[in-house]
Design a protein around this ligand. Sequence first.
Ligand SMILES: Cc1ncc(C[n+]2csc(CCOP(=O)(O)OP(=O)(O)O)c2C)c(N)n1
Ligand SMILES: [Mg+2]
Length: 735
Amino acid sequence: MSTTELPVSVEKDDTAQPFSKNFDQFGNSSGFIFDVSLSTAIAADGKNEERAPKPKGPLSPEMLDKMNRYWRAANYLCIGQIYLFDNPLLRSPLKAEQIKPRLLGHWGTSPGQNFIYIHLNRLIKEHDADIIYISGPGHGGPSLNACSYLEGSYTEVHPEITHDEDGLRLMFRKFSTPGGVPSHCGPHVPNSMHEGGELGYSLVHAFGAAFDNPDLIVACVVGDGESETCPLEGSWKSVNFVNPVRDGAVLPILHLNGYKISGPTAQGRTSDADLKALYVGRGYKPYFVEGDDPEVVHQLLAQTLEDCYAEIRGIQQEARTNGFKMQPVWPMIILRTPKGWTCPKEVDGIPIEGTFRAHQVPLATVRENPEHLKILEAWMKSYKAEELFDANGKFIEELAALSPVGNRRMGGNPHVNGGRELITLALPDFTDYALEIPGPGQVLAEAPRKLGDFFRDIFRMNLTNFRMFCPDESDSNRLNSIFEATNRCSMAEIVSIDDKLGPDGRVMEVLSEHLCQGWLEGYLLTGRHGMWSSYEAFAQVVDSMTTQHAKWLEQCREYPWRRPLASLNVLLTSHAWRNDHNGFSHQATGYVDNALARRSEVIRVYYPPDSNCLLSVFDHCLRSRNYVNVVTCGKQPQLQWLNMDEALEHCSRGASAWKFATNDEGGEPDVVLACAGDVPTIETCAASWLLQKHVPGIKVRVVNVVDLMTLMFPDSIRMGWMKCPSTHFLPKRRL
Ligand SMILES: Cc1ncc(C[n+]2csc(CCOP(=O)(O)OP(=O)(O)O)c2C)c(N)n1
Ligand SMILES: [Mg+2]
């Protein structure tokens, strides 16, 4: 019998004490010590005490027992990663020298994330569902490592981490160790599709992943601390842009474990009634799952996930059968469980489980303190690893069989390794969009106009895997032609004065640079193509996100199984040099400064001086892989310099001497004027003309640089040296 065929009677609000209430009132003063068994609690005097009657739910007793044992295994592996250097299965008494010399990692978030992961596994198997997992509290690296190890996907990409005692020992040793794997989730772990360190981007990435992925459900765990960040706060509105006909769904799981590093979270101390009002107002239907008794919470979460799944598929089926009518109300889950769930309730009389003290390493001095060593040993033994791993240290088959298989595993799902899904973008011939010019400096034009025509036809040729993102400036940036091919995206009611707005729109305009960048990242990380455009000054709002994405790309180079992704393309207009309508606030060049701080292996910076060069550069960027391409080009009418043939030649070299502005006739010049960027190019050409006019006989050479990386030695670029103007010189080859 499948688990969902079992009688279901979960009265969520009645059977589960809101955990917040439990904790705030009785939490660690209850006298219970850690206990991971299902039906009893162990009082401080060692006697078993019966707890409240357990709710019925969709899980059979056998299934419940197996899932709980699976959870014990995942939790055990997390603690092993944080603490153990040796003796991974505690087959002999734990000794101080078997503890790592430096204890690193985050326990607090891990048991909750393990719990969610295991329940998603069940949902996937039950429905053969296409589900991926995004970890907001990505400092829970131990959890993602453990869960991918248990499902088998970790060993497929790290074959040295075998399914035996040696493999466990190595996995524990490598965690948060130089030459090993990071303590946070990152490209090394196959079930992560984003960098976990900087909090705030889980939900925006989740929505980016869901766009144009109609069958996909992105389960996104949001930390309650993470949810205090502005990008995360702002991400909830993404739901206004999800079209149930063509997009997948995001299932946010707000994990209210109550605490951050050393203090409570705002939402952890907010009543359920207020939370409900908040999220209903944001367009969601919140389901509350609360408790600290695993048996209760297992049943509640299993039922709630079934309900959410049915609701999501129902919404999609209705929209796909009868057409889009209005923005649906999507489900979300608010999960209140104790931080550091199942760790010691208290140590030395100080509460640990369910408090901020469980955030990182609950027992920090086990090597030095024999008492603490004993507590750690007892804590680890409470998971009964001998029942979970066989004599060789292999996860027992009965439990391993709970994982989905192949591409259905969240660590095997190709969306998480987006390069596996990447379909080459169909591109028209960009030279067809050439701006005709009779000669240099004889035509005034707004460079992005022709680029808009190019994008319009890219939209027409790529109906499901290309999107543009913009903080409401597509028109202002002179890209208007795109609206001949598609609309701005909105699920809201359309009124008569609206311009090019509709639920089918593929131009994602939202006045949030965080959402533009984050949606695009999520879209690219799951194997699609796109670009976003911004005023130069305000792109700086997302400097940090760009850095994180570039770091992800950098690290992916170490893992060849991470297939190449389409590059993240950014067009910066309204640049510092010309802000005709705007003031000093609009002048800031820091986005490029920040980008240049990353390795040239992943960052490219282009300054096309005119319309034809802009086309050539963008064609190149859209074909490239694994870069952040930053293209700066003004939108105001400017003098145009190169015809298409000349632009092609110039851009393919990256920098070249401009003959029409040069009079050295191939000899040694008296002065070289070098420039990059449209406005400096005009100024430089004017300076050359003035010099030649006023200084008789002077030999002037004008060099225009379109690709800043040309200024590095080719070897430096290949080896990815940091770009540093003081240590790199112009290449010796003649420009
Ligand atoms: C943007 C950002 N600011 C600060 C931090 C430092 N930091 C790491 S974990 C953490 C607390 C996270 O709390 P929560 O999201 O509730 O995760 P939990 O561990 O409770 O699951 C903080 C502040 C960070 N990683 N990112
Ligand atoms: Mg928290």
